[in-house]
Design a protein around this ligand. Structure first.
Ligand SMILES: [Zn+2]
Length: 108
C-alpha cells in the first residue's frame, strides 16, 4: 500500500492477516481501535474464499480410495472454477495429526 488510510479514530490502517475458521485472509486493521476494512482486492479474495468454503460445506465426508499402492482423494468438480483442475501441481503439508493440507503451487 502506498498511501496510508486513516481511521475515524485517528489511527492508521495497516495490512494484517486474520484467520476465520480454517482460512486466512488479508485485511486492513486500525492500529488504534482495531476497526477492520477491506480494500477492493482484499474483498474479492475474501469473497472467493467464502465461495470455496460454501462449495466444501455441500460435500459430505469422503472416503480415501486405494489405487495400486497409492491412496486417492477426489477433488470435487465444483472446485474447478477456483483453479483446482487437472494438471495443477500441488504439495502436501501436515497441519496436525488428523489433517493434511494440499496447496497448489503458485504460478502453475
Ligand atoms: Zn481506528
Amino acid at each position: 500500500m502506498s498511501k496510508l488510510l486513516k481511521c475515524d479514530c485517528g489511527g492508521v490502517f495497516k495490512e494484517s492477516t486474520k484467520s476465520e475458521g480454517e482460512f486466512q485472509y488479508d485485511v486492513l486493521v486500525c492500529s488504534k481501535c482495531g476497526e477492520e476494512m477491506f480494500t477492493r482486492e482484499q474483498t474479492k479474495k475474501y469473497v472467493r474464499l467464502l465461495k470455496i468454503q460454501e462449495e466444501l460445506n455441500k460435500i459430505e465426508s469422503m472416503i480415501i480410495k486405494k489405487s495400486g499402492n497409492s491412496r486417492n482423494v477426489t477433488i470435487p468438480s465444483s472446485l474447478a472454477k477456483y483453479g483446482f483442475v487437472e494438471g495443477k501441481k500441488f504439495i502436501w503439508k501436515v497441519k496436525d495429526e488428523q489433517s493434511l493440507v494440499f496447496e497448489l503451487v503458485k504460478g502453475r
